[in-house]
Design a protein around this ligand. Sequence first.
Ligand code: UDX
Ligand code: UDX
Length: 459
Amino acid sequence: MKPLVNKIVCIGAGYVGGPTMAVIADRCPDIDVTVLDLNEARIAAWNSEELPIYEPGLAAVVSRARGRNLRFVGQPEGAAHVAAADAVFISVNTPTKTEGEGAGKASDLRYVESCAHFIAAHATGHTIVIEKSTMPVRAANRIKSILASARPGVTFDILSNPEFLAEGTAIRDLEQPDRVLIGGERPEAIQALAAVYTRWVPAARVLSTGLWSAELSKLVANAFLAQRVSSINSISALCEVTGADVEEVAEVVGTDSRIGPKFLRASVGFGGSCFQKDLLSLIYISESYGLTEVAAYWQQVVDLNQWQKRRFADLIAAPIADDAGSLRGRRIAILGFAFKKDTNDVRETPAIDVCRRLLARGASLIVHDYKVTAEAVSAELGARGVEFALSPEEALKDVAAVAVLTEWPAYATLDWGRLSARLKPRTVVFDGRNILDAAAVRRAGLFLRCIGKGAPHDR
Ligand code: UDX
Ligand code: UDX
């Protein structure tokens, strides 16, 4: 059967829009896919060999589809593509509001609204408008009211199709998703979009719900994931004081099939563009309906995460600070700056808070990461007191402490016997991800402190 959706436009060529459209184009060679972005430099990068985001497997997918049925163009030139489109995805950023009502919590929908105006101005005939960005529940009403300003005779369906991909595994998550969620009002519109996904996703994995359930489910899925990380991180502190080992506890707890083993890795804290933003959005929505206990419950997940980042920075500082608590004259190696492995994304990375706290106490830092650039680090931390190293070896020069903040697999296999020649004996190595070869670090005459592991492990 010929699909109803033959021409797709996506507004927003970011970490979500870019990979998602690349996979749709790759899997559906007969569907024409155009990705628009206001950011011309980003569009130029998508059209080059140096893609604007690092994501394993992405380059191969883009190179198969680009120039065939996938194109990236600036938003202004995209008007004609919107006019011809059967479906337009909105995949622009929805950051936490910084001013006005709900500042610090509510999601800022101004970019989404401007996309809705753009679609209303250029659409012709009937168009399915799809929320791909994570939205507050009932946001579709705002889009609907803007689309109502379109010329007479121009009609729309609105669907909510939130994306569940995680960075670093985006291509796998898109090619073999746990589920695709489509929320909507008219079954025909839901089916038209489902027909795109079922080209490669088993039909049983395509779930359909009402609009509000789809919008809310995305927020809730992220909140539950973040809650698991905060839960295990709260236990990591308890492990450190009792001598229990958080990895052992997580393994035991995770073998209960009702709980499951995933998302129980204690860490320096969760980061990324979504968890905190979506928790804050959920908190704001709960508050705005007068559900203060619900809001307070989820606020605690955010607070625990902030506390974990502060706690880790203070753990690093404790053995090297002077009597007045200052870190002046102390140089600290920071291994890893991305918010997780396999990405160059630094949005809300825990490394920002940990590093800023150390810098505020007078430390100087030498940062290494395999994918994050020196420019991205200095954009977050400034240049004062911050150097960038091109290798872990280089980062270890003249430092008083070493901290691992991102779980890059290459850090797990560092040759500490060789590296220790660059370090003073008994230098403390802080493993914020529990990935280092603990025996090798200790054999090299260094002290190791792991998140969620008590003093007995120091010996
Ligand atoms: C974004 C949201 O942050 C997230 O909530 C949602 O689930 C998916 O979309 P991401 O793709 O990671 O995630 O954001 P980002 O990498 O910032 O990309 C958004 C892009 O939209 C940017 O390239 C920006 O230039 C572009 N944009 C924004 C437009 O093209 N037009 C606009 O009007 C606004
Ligand atoms: C998340 C969701 O997983 C994804 O479904 C949604 O679409 C977007 O938000 P992402 O933020 O890309 O994806 O990465 P994720 O793997 O969820 O990790 C988020 C943060 O939690 C990272 O900083 C990660 O290091 C941390 N984390 C994750 C832990 O500290 N411990 C864990 O066990 C898992």
